[in-house]
Design a protein. Structure first.
Length: 421
């Protein structure tokens, strides 16, 4: 019987595992290390966040991105975008040094038992753990608009479905969306010989400003403070005090999670994009059909017209939706028993990231409606790892009786003192 099973080996799972191991817990870590970064992002992409805000977390702070850069002989500099491949290598380096061996088996079931949980894998292993942490990343939660979702994979895909854009060379590709994923995917398609066209409902694309220098005068720093999610007091709040976000009403948290830090392109991408990618802005999808071996998109324009766009393929760069029902590895009765945030299907969480079912913890995207938008970024891993592992320790100390079988969904849980950041 393990103290904790961590499901997922991306930045959140690895950080949590590092803290749990340092706390002396017996644990198993399941998942393909840095899988989303290794398997779902094409060559040529860059990390949007600043290097200094993209650290994985270990208690001693011995395995930062800056330290990795010194070991590997490159500079991780503020204002200079970091290649995704380099960040992926950093995650692998961190896992080798800060985390017990990652088991790359695929978990197929997490189910409650009398003394905790049963975890089963596709390879046939079954273990038991007193607590479970689900840090599964974003891939279970891809969002494709309903009007495109019915299209076969050869005609439509999500932007996260491509480690290689080369097969689209010399093809017409419609890219749907207006955020970084859409803008960068469209740019890379153009640079690799495809003919992309962006389709977005917005009338105007938003671009992040060039980051201000880290060293500034006091007045300027007070006016627009730096934070892990950008400059300004609003970004600072989302980034630095997610514990305070959690104290807001559920409806407010839902709105923040879905609207804060809306779609925008990185400043360093703008020139490359504008040179190469035509766009249909102010256009929404009306319908899609396959005609003559191509996809025909019927659009609605702001001026009342209804243009048609033909493409060989459609890439939906339309983000991710936190939804417990997408977690098919979680026992169905348990999935339904977990209390949720307001009208969403995201779990309501305690200060220690524990759900309403004792011993079941969540990390990453699913926690954004509880703790705010920083949970969508690597920056949130440090706050999460510290608080969550403190929550696991509290649960393990307080186990007076076996966990009950799933109870009806309710947001109630035992409140505990908030661990220190």
């Amino acid at each position: 019987m393990y103290d904790v099973a961590v499901i997922g080996a991306g930045p959140y799972g690895l950080s949590i595992a590092a803290h749990a191991a340092a706390a002396g817990m017996s644990l198993r870590v399941f998942g393909r290390t840095m899988a989303s970064w290794r398997d779902h992002m094409p060559d040529g992409m860059f990390l949007k966040s600043e290097p200094w805000s993209s650290n994985l977390s270990d208690p001693a702070g011995d395995h930062t991105l800056d330290q990795f850069s010194e070991v590997r002989g490159f500079e991780a500099v503020h204002g200079r975008p970091l290649p995704i491949g380099t960040f992926t290598d950093y995650g692998m380096w961190f896992a080798e040094r800060a985390v017990p061996a990652v088991d790359e088996q695929t978990v197929t079931l997490v189910a409650p038992v009398a003394d905790g949980f049963r975890v089963e894998t596709a390879e046939g292993e079954s273990i038991r753990a007193r607590t479970v942490v689900l840090a599964v990343g974003v891939m279970p939660f891809v969002r494709v608009p309903e009007r495109l979702a019915w299209l076969p994979a050869e005609y439509c895909s999500h932007s996260s479905g491509h480690a290689d854009l080369g097969p689209f060379r010399n093809k017409d590709v419609a890219v749907v969306g207006a955020g970084q994923a859409a803008l960068e995917t469209a740019t890379l398609l153009a640079e690799q010989g495809a003919r992309p066209r962006l389709v977005a409902r917005t009338d105007r694309l938003n671009w992040n400003a060039v980051p201000e220098p880290l060293g500034r005068g006091l007045l300027r720093s007070l006016r627009t403070p730096h934070s892990g999610l950008g400059t300004g007091w609003t970004s600072w709040a989302w980034s630095e005090i997610p514990w305070a976000v959690r104290k807001l009403p559920a409806a407010t948290r839902e709105r923040i999670a879905s609207t804060a830090l809306g779609p925008a392109g990185a400043w360093w991408l703008r020139e490359r994009y504008e040179r190469r990618v035509p766009a249909l802005l102010g256009h929404s999808l009306h319908s899609a059909e396959i005609r003559g071996g191509r996809v025909r998109l019927a659009l609605n324009a702001r001026d009342g017209s209804a243009p048609v766009l033909d493409a060989d393929h459609v890439v939906a760069a339309t983000g991710f939706t936190p939804d417990l029902d997408r977690l098919r590895l979680l026992d169905a009765a348990l999935r339904q028993a977990v209390g949720t945030v307001g009208g969403s299907r995201a779990p309501e969480l305690s200060a220690g990231f524990e759900s309403s079912y004792p011993g079941l913890f969540f990390a990453g995207l699913l926690t954004a409606p509880s703790f705010g938008p920083s949970m969508r970024f690597v920056h949130g891993a440090t706050f999460t790892a510290r608080r969550l592992v403190a929550g696991v320790r509290s649960r393990l100390r307080g186990r007076a009786a076996p966990a009950p079988m799933p109870r009806p969904a309710a947001p109630a849980f035992e409140e505990r003192a908030e661990p220190r950041s």
